[in-house]
Write a protein that binds this ligand. Structure first.
Ligand code: HEM
Length: 458
């Protein structure tokens, strides 16, 4: 028995050496700096011992004093972490075509219904088909304009809900307690359900306009999926173990969460398809109608179901997180709150409510949101981009198949880019050349929306 184990270990070491040599001999450039990987296991054992992984990766970048780090996980996967805007631009702007794909990992495979969707699928025919559809039929400016009444409706609803909360707590002198996280997460959940399915609630909702138990379960499951998507699941780096063991428990959690999302969404999709087939529905009034009636190319029910899980996830996290952190900073610093209120009074006044068309003029509030993007990204890393060929970036060899992750914390708090980086200072965004504050940063000095490559496709 022990001889067999020794033989297996020797075999793993041999295969590991062979694979790592194979991947580095391609070029004369070195791999980016990083911890020395063990044969076969790479740094996987260290990764398991240092949770949460994103903190460990950020710490390693500090320890190696490098804006680009290479971690080998398992026998052959290179994970490249980046925290400098210049190097991020090399990956995602100069060489964007090479880093266009996404990795083949269990979480993405399960959530995307077997790679049927736009965001998580690796590069290929399905990737192209779904990106085009999302670009044209969901994110395009005319569609966004068509959907504006639904967004306005939800803005009115959230005000009604907050008002009801205040009324209910009138014993508290001069105000009321509002759970900003719950309000903002449910606001975006309701808005997206309205935009996609034409209904805010799966069930009856609450009397005061708040979420019912169905919506609470739906939103909680979406956030659980977001937590486990691209979350360094160990079997991703030892692919032959996939399906044979759920070593770190990710698979079970993800499967249950998908079920808790799809048990509410899928029946609505089936019902609507039936209505179009029977001729009971003739007018399009939401994104579900748009995708069901697509002709060239058509979408299957399974593609629509998987895409809607992804879209619900993509729209609920960054948005609600930005609101939560912006308001938290305003509450902590009354001068910031005062300036924001003064701006609202000046631009909008007291006779009407804020409307979407006011946003371009609300420069100070946008600067506050941009500061929240910089300091408090919802997750540390942008979803991984994968290299489709061997290449060289910043003088380092990047092997084909590397998972490139931009550290939103690393870039946003980089002291070479941002003086006094930990200070929440909206004014730093007000002195640029543009008259209006723009929430994106083309030079990736902070990662708000990254390069927005969905829109680049056409
Ligand atoms: C505060 C709001 C938001 C922020 C900060 C944000 C940020 C991001 C970031 C950082 C990425 C990753 C890009 C990359 O892979 O390099 C992303 C991807 C994406 N976001 Fe957003 N997002 C926001 C809201 C939305 C909304 C409202 C939608 C849809 C209506 C949306 C749809 C998408 C899609 C479809 C992708 C995938 C892009 C791709 O794979 O090509 N996002 N977003």
């Amino acid at each position: 028995m022990s001889v067999t184990i020794i033989l297996i270990v020797i075999m793993f070491i041999f295969v590991g050496r062979f694979l790592s040599k194979k991947s580095t001999n391609h070029s004369l450039c070195p791999l980016p700096p990083g911890p020395t990987p063990l044969p076969f296991f790479g740094c996987a054992i260290q990764m398991l011992l240092n949770k949460p992984t994103f903190r460990w990766v950020d710490k390693l970048m500090d320890q190696f004093d490098t804006p680009i780090l290479c971690l080998r996980l398992g026998p052959s996967t290179h994970v490249i972490a980046v925290s400098s805007p210049e190097i991020a631009c090399e990956f995602l702007k100069k060489q964007d075509e090479i880093f266009i794909s996404r990795p083949d990992v269990l979480s993405a495979y399960l959530i995307s219904g077997g790679y049927r969707t736009a965001v998580m699928s690796p590069y290929g025919e399905q990737w192209r088909k779904m990106k085009r559809i999302i670009n044209r039929e969901v994110l395009s400016p005319p569609i966004q304009k068509w959907l504006q009444p639904k967004r306005d409706e939800e803005a009115d609803q959230v005000l009604r809900y907050i008002w009801n909360q205040i009324e209910r707590q009138d014993s508290i002198v001069g105000g009321a307690l509002i759970n900003i996280r719950a309000v903002s997460q449910h606001f975006f959940g309701n808005a997206m359900r309205n935009i996609i399915f034409g209904k805010r609630f799966f069930g009856k909702g609450m009397e005061d306009g708040g979420p019912g138990e169905e919506e609470t379960e739906h939103v909680a499951a979406l956030f659980l999926l977001l937590k486990y998507l691209y979350a360094f699941c160990i079997t991703d780096y030892f692919p032959w173990l996939s399906g044979k063991t759920d070593f770190d428990g990710h698979e079970k959690i993800i499967r249950t969460a998908i079920q808790n999302v799809r048990k509410y969404q899928d029946p609505l999709i089936d019902e609507r398809i039936q209505m179009w087939n029977n001729g009971d529905r003739k007018e399009k009034s939401d994104i579900l109608d748009v995708l069901i009636t697509l002709e060239n190319p058509k979408l299957t029910p399974e593609e629509i179901k998987a895409e809607f899980v992804e879209l619900m996830m993509a729209t609920i996290d960054n948005t609600s997180n930005a609101i939560e952190w912006t308001i938290a900073h305003m509450i902590n610093d009354t001068m910031i709150l005062k300036r924001a209120v003064e701006e609202l009074e000046h631009v909008v006044g007291r006779q009407r409510l804020v409307e979407e068309q006011d946003i371009p003029q609300l420069n100070y509030i946008k600067a506050c949101i941009k500061e929240a993007f910089r300091l408090h990204p919802f997750v540390s890393f942008v979803p991984p981009h994968v290299s489709t060929i061997d290449t060289t970036v910043a003088g380092y060899f990047i092997p084909k198949g590397s998972h490139v992750i931009l550290s939103r914390y690393g870039v946003g708090k980089n002291p070479n880019v941002w003086p006094d980086p930990l200070l929440f200072n909206p004014d730093r965004h007000l002195h640029g050349e543009e008259k209006q504050v723009v929430l994106t940063d083309n030079n990736l000095r902070l990662i708000s929306f990254s390069t927005g490559n969905v829109v680049v496709l056409e």
